[in-house]
Write a protein that binds this ligand. Structure first.
Ligand SMILES: Cc1ncc(COP(=O)(O)O)c(C=O)c1O
Length: 438
């Protein structure tokens, strides 16, 4: 007798009904703004794209050559990653960040995002994840997918949107924990969405609190190499035994689509944790693509060419970021000048009353208005865990031709390739000045 869904009783729901029961997830703010931008562009309107945080720069050319040479490599590689690639990543960060990483403490994956997820998945079921507000979009959904409890740590403009030693201490004092529960604190510097890093002194204080309370810290340092003046300080230097660090090629090497991430897990955290991580890797992604691992090996070899490739990116991002922050601040949109990466986190709170008169009371109403009135796409702070009513937005100042700019030297702001960034920032400052005029 053929198998059919009609063979069961009439009251039984179909497979599709069972799979689709419950509420459909709400479309994310990110998708929404991207869709609205697309529709506007399709209608012939100009949209300046400050919403999407992708590196504008080309991949380091010798790594591209290596990828081509290895395109026919087809074997599965070890789950942990090639020993040579792990050593290349560890030794790069030993040199650049002054950390004490060993190749056998490294795990590679198709992107650092999966490594963050794997770490959460490897935690005990009653672990709690502490996530700053604001923080990158994926931490909280990943924690939820791992069925872990999450808690937001509110940050403010005044503390440069950082969790401070005092605010962490207060959050931990509030909690009714007895001490046995694993608590994972997620940090990300330079930050997406703010572009900011703590001072070394602030970081040392925060690390001391984390250590005293026995927290596990996940330090997401995917933008570390893009610290604008090269002063990134790995959190692992201040709390070596309790810090897991993630990094990769997506930002400083312009290779987000290659999907290469690396995680350092200090051996002090024990063999069982590392075995669980390897188990998760083995049962899910198996290994990073072979040609990508070979290319990563080349990307992580220090050379004068690599240093100047990185330094020029830093110069460009620093100059554009400083300029944009100054322009916005001068126009009444308070914004901290960035320390690294390619984001700003402008705060329109000073315009709350005037905006409210126009019916704009939430971050996402604000970004909708900015898209409609200025033709500039930004993401609302709520996409990064901010309360919906907070009038902040994330601005990714990467709508420029990175290939062309990377080939230049000297000051960058006058370069014609920066037209979109200039026009976009100008449109925002005009918007603000008009509000001030009201
Ligand atoms: C803060 C942060 N962490 C992690 C990631 C994920 O990077 P990957 O491409 O290595 O998965 C991103 C990517 O946008 C990011 O902004």
């Amino acid at each position: 007798m053929p198998l059919s869904s009609h063979s069961s009783s009439a009251s039984t729901s179909t497979l599709a009904e069972r799979l689709n029961a419950g509420e459909a997830p709400r479309a994310s703010d990110t998708l929404l703004i991207n869709e609205q931008s697309r529709l506007r562009e399709a209608g012939g309107e100009r949209v300046i794209k400050f919403g999407f945080g992708q590196s504008p720069f080309p991949v380091f050319a010798p790594a591209v050559d290596a990828l081509a040479i290895h395109a026919a490599d087809k074997a599965y590689l070890p789950v942990q990653g090639l020993a040579t690639t792990r050593e290349a990543v560890a030794s790069f960060h030993r040199e650049v960040d002054g950390v004490d990483w060993q190749a056998d403490e490294m795990l590679l994956a198709p992107g650092s995002k999966l490594l963050l997820f794997a770490l959460m998945k490897a935690l005990p079921a009653d672990a709690e994840v502490l996530i700053p507000d604001p923080a990158w979009v994926s931490y909280a959904p990943q924690a939820r997918m791992c069925h872990l409890a999450t808690r937001r740590l509110p940050c403010s403009f005044e503390s440069r949107w950082h969790v401070t030693a005092a605010s962490l201490e207060a959050a931990l004092a509030d909690s009714s924990e007895t001490g046995n529960r694993v608590r994972l604190l997620i940090l990300n510097q330079p930050s997406n969405p703010t572009g900011l890093s703590m001072s070394h002194a602030e970081q040392a204080e925060l690390a001391a609190v984390a250590q005293r309370h026995g927290l596990l810290v996940l330090s997401d340092e995917i933008y570390g190499v893009l610290d604008h003046d090269g002063s990134h300080r790995a959190f692992a230097r201040d709390y070596p035994a309790g810090t897991v660090t993630t990094t990769g090629l997506s930002k400083w090497c312009g290779a987000g689509g290659w999907r290469f991430g690396a995680m350092h897990v200090p051996s002090a955290l024990g063999e069982a944790l590392f075995s669980r991580l390897l188990g998760i890797a083995s049962e899910t992604w198996s290994s990073v693509a072979s040609p990508v691992q070979e290319a990563a090996c080349v990307a992580y070899q220090r050379s004068p060419a690599l240093d100047s490739y990185i330094n020029r990116q830093r110069e460009i991002l620093a100059e554009v970021g400083q300029w944009a922050a100054e322009e916005l601040t001068a126009a009444g949109i308070r914004t901290h000048a960035p320390n690294g990466g390619f984001y700003l986190y402008p705060d329109f709170e000073a315009h709350r009353e005037t905006l409210a008169k126009r019916g704009i009371t939430t971050g996402s109403e604000l970004t909708q208005a900015l898209l409609e009135e200025c033709g500039v796409a930004l993401l609302p702070g709520s996409a990064f865990g901010a309360p919906t009513e907070r009038l902040t937005a994330r601005l990714a100042y990467v709508d420029f031709d990175g290939d062309a700019l990377l080939a230049t030297s000297g000051p960058v702001m006058a370069h014609p390739g920066l037209e979109n960034v200039r026009d976009g920032i100008q449109a925002l400052t005009e918007f603000s000045r008009k509000l001030e005029g009201n």
